[in-house]
Design a protein around this ligand. Structure first.
Ligand SMILES: [Zn+2]
Ligand SMILES: [Zn+2]
Length: 757
């Protein structure tokens, strides 16, 4: 298409680094920011993303993927200390993320307020928290006109999600941190059902391959076991939340199976985590089947049998450190300060002790430095300490490794892939590996690895994605299928719909254009004619100007035999013509599926309508009328069947409710069933009843159409029982509907065209 706007992507953090994730998307005047984290290896202002490079009052929304500090901890600063509040920007995260984020931030404020470079006060935090809009996974959220998004499960930690963002029809998938391997408590990341134009994906592990879950767990439990058996203390620095819960589930189960370990305590040194346990228990329904089934059996997996909390007094670290062998999970995972650092310093010079680094350790932190097994290191007080403690790394951090990430990137199938949240080398390797794959297959996919503040300008190939809705979306198209319908363009987004659905979905009438609709059909021309005549009376048959056999329905719709098993409908578009075309189409497609299956015979007058109003013509006095009423019901049923599949006729037994007062007796009705919902059309009043509002509306629309297009139908349905006038029966006559002024389409244009699915 002629105008090709560009999407700009700017990393304010996590560009060729891990930490302070903050990604700014700008398209057609809209700005969305994904994540607002701090860099764990820094403190104060230095830990923030490059927030001065954005006018925050222009931001429409900030979306936070998960509660980890490198994705969420800068949020308070942005909402309270920048001009974000001057704009209309909103902040979104999932319910569990918001619940845990609150505890994480309380802890973060408490930790940082003891230092001189605290970024914000507890009051700022409270205000920031209040403004967060919690959302559910799979919910479609509209931020403002033209901008919407849907969260999908990302695995990784409780509540983590990816965002599929739609800005004026351009689709961007931002993964945040994600995992494609189901662990003990979480579901794995989902593949969103829509192919986005741009994928912004983490690249933490680059081209590294991580060991499988089972062998990893086994190596871990064996290692812990051997450390405590050699009379050592085992230190597991972890974040208070997220992976710690996974490790606890593993250890608790292992201890259960090994009675020889029962005298060895496992300490979980985090008051924060204890608080958050309630959140984990609240959100059990968002976890995987393993957890949910245990919970259903009243075996709450988060009530651990072999895990103890550390004593609440200050100085517990020293007490535990000097005590008998034990296992301690202590935060923070990076060991830069706090309990994990303190215990490490106390245990470092004894070779019986063991340290297992279980998370991804960020460059610049002690956890990373120590994996190089230095002979000595500097304590927080500045002394030099000998390192004798054994050091192992077993990563339980729930990030994708190379095979999972590359598979996911290929499955998503975006034109542009932006790698973020990875160190330069890891990212570079992943890019090279993906590039060579795509080159081999001759696919044009661009892989980008922007540095912080280096703005990417992405433009897109001419093809646009149109969303199929209504009847067109009922059946997923097979590869190679061509979907035909109306292409409606509005606000740069495209919708493809069946002309029949136009009124329902768009509230628009079509412009005067010639509509053309092709139908593949397995039945003969003569049968089509028979059905058309049955419905519309005579049809004019002849050849069109190109010599193609044509039947003209109601002087409006041409049904042409354009190929052996193909019919083409052609008509001058207008709302009433479209309806006739629509009913013709429905009728013809219905022929193929099932002939009208209402088992009505002419001797159905045994079910005659004894209860009919005696003031009107008695049915038996008018056998002809009855026959024609049967035909009308058959035609209506046929019409409905073409739309909804098989239709059932319910006739009340004449004597079954004779005792009842007249207005309580059951009346003849047609029953329509669709997607497990039922709708009943009372053949006397033509009132539609259904427990499903959607189905009720659809049935009413079809009934409405039937009455307008098939003139013989609107006279009277059940002979002897005058049909209440259309206005009463349907609430609104067709004439009113058509007469009602429909606003002219300005920015939208409706054109008939074919779009490849
Ligand atoms: Zn994370
Ligand atoms: Zn992260």
């Amino acid at each position: 298409m002629a105008d090709t706007p560009t999407l700009s992507v700017t990393m304010l953090g996590a560009g060729q680094e891990v930490g302070r994730s903050c990604c700014v998307l700008h398209y057609r005047g809209k700005t969305i920011v994904c994540d607002a984290g701090v860099h764990p290896a820094h403190s104060g202002m230095a830990s923030l993303p490059f927030i001065d490079d954005l006018d925050w009052s222009t931001v429409d929304a900030i979306l936070i993927t998960h509660f980890h500090l490198d994705h969420a901890a800068a949020l308070t600063y942005i909402t309270e200390k920048t001009n974000f509040g001057d704009g209309k920007g909103k902040v979104y995260m999932t319910h569990p993320t918001k619940a845990v984020h609150k505890f994480m931030m309380q802890d973060y404020v408490r930790m940082s307020s003891s230092t001189s470079d605290a970024l914000f006060s507890p009051l700022d935090m409270t205000k920031s928290l209040a403004a967060i809009i919690p959302v559910s996974v799979h919910q479609l959220i509209t931020v403002c006109p033209g901008v919407s998004f849907t969260p999908y499960h990302a695995g990784h930690v409780l509540g983590a999600c990816m965002f599929l963002i739609d800005i004026y029809g351009l689709k961007i998938l931002y993964t945040g941190d994600y995992s494609r391997e189901e662990d003990r408590h979480l579901v794995k990341a989902e593949l969103p059902p829509v192919r986005p134009d741009v994928l912004i994906v983490e690249s933490t592990f680059g081209t590294q391959t991580l060991e499988g879950r089972e062998e990893k767990e086994q190596r871990f439990t064996n290692l812990v076991h051997s450390i405590v058996k050699r009379n050592g203390h085992c230190l597991l620095p972890t974040f208070a939340l997220g992976r710690a819960q996974e490790l606890l589930l593993i250890l608790d189960e292992y201890w259960k199976k090994h009675p020889d370990l029962h005298n060895i305590p496992i300490y979980y040194a985090s008051s924060l985590a204890r608080k958050c346990m309630s959140v984990y228990q609240t959100y059990i329904h968002t976890m995987n089947a393993n957890i949910r089934s245990r919970f259903a059996k009243r075996d709450n997996p988060f009530v651990f049998k072999h895990i103890s909390n550390v004593p609440p007094q200050r100085g517990w670290e020293k007490k535990i450190a000097e005590g008998p062998p034990c296992v301690v999970l202590a935060s923070p995972g990076f060991m830069d300060n706090g309990p994990s650092r303190e215990l490490f310093e106390l245990w470092a010079s004894d070779s019986r002790n063991g340290l297992i680094v279980t998370g991804y350790s960020i460059e610049g932190t002690l956890a990373r430095e120590i994996t190089n097994e230095p002979e000595e290191f500097t304590s927080m007080k500045g002394n030099t300490i000998q390192r004798k403690i054994s050091v192992e790394g077993i990563s339980f951090s729930a990030h994708v490794d190379f095979s999972q990430n590359s598979e996911f990137i290929e499955l998503v199938g975006a034109q542009h892939v932006v790698l973020v949240h990875g160190e330069q080398t890891a990212m570079g390797r992943l890019r090279a590996a993906m590039n060579s794959r795509y080159k081999e297959r001759n696919e044009d996919v661009k892989i980008h690895t922007p540095r912080n503040l280096e703005t990417l300008q992405l433009s897109f190939r001419g093809e646009r994605v149109a969303k199929a809705i209504g009847a067109l979306a009922d059946k997923p198209p097979q590869t190679g299928d061509v979907l035909s319908g109306l292409l409606v363009a509005k606000d740069y987004s495209y919708t493809l719909l069946d002309p029949r659905d136009l009124r329902d979905f768009a509230g628009l009438t079509t412009c005067t254009v010639t509509q053309r609709q092709k139908i593949a059909l397995g039945v003969g021309w003569a049968l089509v004619r028979w059905h058309l005549e049955g419905m519309y009376g005579t049809v004019e048959e002849g050849l069109d100007k190109d010599g193609i056999p044509t039947m003209r329905v109601m002087g409006i719709v041409d049904v042409k035999q354009t190929a052996e098993h193909e019919l083409t409908l052609e008509w001058e578009s207008s709302s009433s013509n479209d309806m006739i075309a629509d009913s013709t189409l429905a009728l013809i497609t219905g022929i193929d599926k099932s002939p009208a299956s209402v088992k009505l015979t002419t001797n159905s007058h045994s079910h005659s309508y004894e209860h009919s109003d005696p003031g009107h013509v008695h049915p038996h006095a008018n056998p002809e009328g009855e026959a024609s009423s049967v035909m009308r019901i058959q035609r209506l049923a046929m019409f409905l069947e073409a739309h909804f599949g098989e239709v059932e006729l319910h006739m009340p037994e004449p004597d079954e409710d004779a005792e009842l007062p007249e207005d309580e007796r059951r009346q003849p009705a047609l029953l329509v069933e669709l997607d497990h919902a039922e709708a009943e059309i009372n053949l006397v009043t033509l009132v539609v009843n259904s427990s499903s509002d959607t189905l009720k509306k659809r049935v009413e629309a079809v009934l409405d159409m039937a009455l307008t297009t098939v003139s013989s139908l609107s006279e009277s349905f059940v002979s002897g029982i005058p049909v209440v006038s259309d206005d009463v029966a349907l609430g609104l006559s067709q004439q009113d509907k058509l007469g009602a002024s429909v606003p002219e389409i300005d920015s939208a244009s409706a054109v008939a065209m074919e779009v490849a699915a």
